[in-house]
Unconditional design. Structure first.
Length: 190
């Protein structure tokens, strides 16, 4: 038994060292050198204070800010409780929630009852922490934001266009707007 126990314990200790410490340490070091901003959370700093991350959505509710898509993470945008509702497409509860979200979106942005609402305005992302909205969603909110800030609609729409990111590598995903970056740019207009 001693002949089998010693090699097993040495193997466990060796693999723990390699896979638990050395490999993660090497990956962390390479990431910090090659992608320092991303490796440290893509934090956004304003006046020496961390105010958010470009990777994690935040809940903006004031009319002078663009609003993110709805979140099901905890009480909304809770990074410690990331997740979706897990409601299926045949769920009556999901349909009720989407009907309520659609009505609230139309009211908030003074849209008529027959107007199309972007799907990302009434559905939650899988993580509940998505920092982006579609350009269509941002443009429908532009009139509310411009009115609340006393700015021209054209200047707010131009800001949305400046902050619209294209498809990754030109083919992956959809065009998108980072809500935090757009709202910070709005604050810079003041």
């Amino acid at each position: 038994m001693k002949n089998q126990l010693r090699p097993a314990l040495v193997s466990v200790a060796l693999f723990t060292l390699v896979t638990g410490f050395l490999f993660p340490g090497a990956v962390t070091a390479v990431a910090a050198l090659a992608f320092p901003k991303q490796a440290h959370g893509s934090l956004v700093v304003k006046a020496g204070k961390v105010i958010g991350s470009t990777l994690i959505g935040q809940n903006f509710t004031k009319p002078e800010y663009f609003h993110p898509r709805p979140s099901a993470a905890g009480n909304g945008f809770d990074g410690t409780s990331s997740g979706s509702t897990n409601l299926g497409p045949t769920s009556a509860k999901l349909r009720t929630q989407q009907t309520d979200l659609t009505s609230a979106y139309r009211t908030e942005n003074t849209l008529d009852a027959s107007g199309t609402v972007p799907v990302d305005a009434v559905t939650r992302s899988a993580s509940g922490l998505d920092p982006h909205i579609s350009p269509e969603n941002a443009l429908l909110q532009a009139a509310r934001v411009a009115k609340a800030r006393g700015k021209s609609l054209e200047s707010v729409k131009a800001l949305v266009a400046q902050h619209t990111e294209g498809r990754t590598f030109g083919v992956l995903g959809e065009p998108r707007v980072n809500v935090l970056a757009l709202n910070l740019a709005l604050d810079g207009l003041q």
